[in-house]
Design a binder for this molecule. Structure first.
Ligand code: SER
Length: 576
């Protein structure tokens, strides 16, 4: 059975059971800013799992392309992918456990459908904990279908609970179906630790909602959310030892063999990473949002996927620009099912071509420097070598990279540019000196206000001042809402209005640390440090100089809030 047949069969089976087939959604979630990608078929359905009426009814089925970057380091084994397709069916407050399990079991084992051997199946059910009781009903249903007790395992939340997809949302206990993939006879007893038991389908009984306090509340309706991994199921159905031998991978693998003159069997990891990563990047670029490689958010994921593929390509001795030669194979595999991939083929090739070219240059230089023993920080600042890549190479070569040191150096580097710009105003632009000093003070107020509004995860990541504006980078992942921006402005302006004197005090670094005073750059200042305090509102270790009183600042206005890089936001603000 190939991928076209399994997709068709799945949708037909559920259409026969009165399910409406819904189109797959974008890879970029439209309603959930807490995640970068659609990670499961249920993602676009969250409002409907919570009770909103779905226009297509209460029984739905779809095939959903998904991206999961959480497992990215495991890609290279035989089953983990960053891109995969999920076959799913849903009940929005319609049927529940019994029908859901019977549908799955029938589809998997009935001769008319997948005709898998029921003697090679095993299942897991939820064991229960403080948040939700043991799922006795599910166990009973499996027993009633003739499953022997030894093939049913009760597992805890870590294994048998799914969701929410983001930080909050619908979730619930699940029952997972496994299939024996060993060549020897399936053992009598199911041992979930044995990887020859391959998980192929997950039925989630979504009757809970996890809120932002981490508490589980029951939903107004009992839903079913299922997801079957297309690649895994295809491999199982065709008795293949790994997903990369199925028709959704084989044409890419064959093309890499042709281009490299090497055999897949001898270089599985490299082949797999290239095929998986390029597929994921192709789908993200081809998505309707037309995301391009960049240094933040989804664009950064594309960049990372492509850069990693290129590097593994080098190991196989693949020629420059090999990625774009593989794209037509991806289009061959998916063009019929996802027509946008075919329609945007040239566009995708152009974007990847450009990125490939850019990275070839970086890589060549960076690798040479790595061999010369340059440290991660120099590779990053001077050669634009991404830290993740340095980490990957270092791991392979058994070299230890001190990530903490890297981060510290990065911060110091940013502080130096901040001090340099302040210094520049002091010396070179005498008239503007006062304005720059005011912006410096405003930067301290801004940081304190951001921490008050967004939370204590906010730290300075970089700062730059000129006579026109301040620019401030800080650790925070999500775009700020208009309300949050307004709040920050109001707090800063209130502090300006309060006309607070700025007090400078000297103390030992030790004492400053004990007082928990903010100052990520303390190394630079030696043992005695200067602390600038603006009332109780802000205290920072800082070289100065600062305004004498906050009233000198004028009116504070945020003119832009944007992403700076992954996990870092940037604000530009003016004093008017
Ligand atoms: N949401 C569940 C999963 O991803 C079932 O689709 O496994």
């Amino acid at each position: 059975m190939n991928s076209f047949e399994i997709r068709k069969k799945f949708l037909k089976f559920f259409a026969n059971q009165d399910h409406q087939i819904i189109p797959s959604a974008s890879l970029i979630p439209e309603n959930d800013p807490t995640v970068l990608f659609t990670t499961a078929g249920m993602h676009p359905l969250v409002p409907f799992l919570m009770g909103e009426k779905h226009p297509a009814g209460r029984r739905l089925a779809s095939i959903q392309p998904c991206i999961r970057t959480g497992d990215i380091d495991q890609v290279g084994d035989n089953v983990h992918h960053t891109f995969f397709e999920m076959l799913g069916n849903w009940s929005l407050g319609d049927y529940f456990k019994k029908e859901a399990i019977e549908f799955s079991f029938d589809f998997l084992t009935n001769k008319k459908w997948l005709n898998l051997d029921r003697n090679k199946m095993a299942v897991s059910v939820f064991a229960g904990d403080n948040d939700a009781p043991q799922d006795k009903e599910t166990k009973k249903i499996w027993l009633s279908l003739g499953f022997p007790e030894e093939r049913i395992k009760e597992l805890t939340k870590k294994n048998n609970w799914w969701g929410p997809a983001g930080q909050t949302g619908p979730c619930g206990p699940d029952t997972e179906m496994f299939y024996w993939t060993g060549t020897e006879k399936a053992p009598k007893e199911f041992n979930p630790e044995n990887s020859k038991w391959m998980e192929i389908w997950n039925n989630v009984f979504m009757e809970y909602f996890k809120n932002n306090q981490g508490k589980y509340k029951t939903l107004t309706q009992k839903n079913v959310d299922t997801g079957m991994g297309l690649e895994r199921t295809l491999a199982v159905l065709n008795n293949l030892s790994d997903n990369y031998q199925t028709d959704v991978f084989l044409p890419i693998i064959k093309k890499i063999e042709e281009l490299s003159g090497k055999k897949y069997d001898d270089y599985k990891k490299e082949f797999r990473i290239i095929a998986d990563h390029l597929k994921a990047a192709t789908f993200i670029i081809g998505d309707k949002y037309e995301i391009k490689p960049s240094n933040s958010g989804q664009g950064y994921v594309i960049r990372r996927l492509l850069r990693s593929s290129i590097r593994y390509g080098k190991k196989l001795g693949l020629p420059d620009k090999f990625l774009i030669k593989l794209i037509p194979k991806i289009v061959e595999i998916y063009g019929e099912t996802y027509s946008y991939i075919k329609e945007r083929e040239n566009y995708i090739i152009n974007i990847i071509d450009h990125e490939e070219e850019k990275f070839e240059k970086t890589l060549e230089k960076g690798l040479k420097e790595f061999e010369k023993g340059k440290n991660a920080f120099i590779l990053y600042t001077t050669y634009g070598f991404p830290i993740e890549l340095t980490m990957e190479i270092a791991k392979e070569k058994g070299v230890f990279i001190d990530l903490e040191k890297f981060n510290n150096e990065l911060k110091k580097h940013q502080e130096l540019s901040r001090t340099a710009s302040v210094g520049m105003f002091k010396g070179g632009l005498a008239d503007s000196g006062e304005k720059a000093v005011c912006y410096h003070t405003a930067t301290h107020l801004l940081l304190a206000a951001l921490r008050q509004v967004l939370g204590s995860h906010v730290y300075q990541r970089g700062s730059n001042i000129n006579v026109e504006r301040l620019r401030f980078d800080f650790s925070h992942s999500n775009k700020m809402t208009e309300q949050q921006i307004k709040e920050v402005e109001e707090i800063v302006n209130q502090k300006i209005k309060d006309n607070i004197p700025i007090i400078c005090q000297e103390m030992s670094l030790e004492e400053a640390k004990n007082k928990n005073i903010m100052g990520v750059f303390e190394n630079k200042y030696g043992q005695r440090v200067k602390i600038y305090a603006i009332g109780n509102f802000s205290q920072e270790i800082c070289g100065g100089p600062h305004a004498k009183k906050t009233s000198a600042l004028g009116n504070f206005k945020i003119i832009k809030e944007e992403s700076s890089s992954a996990g870092t936001r940037r604000i530009k603000a003016k004093l008017l």
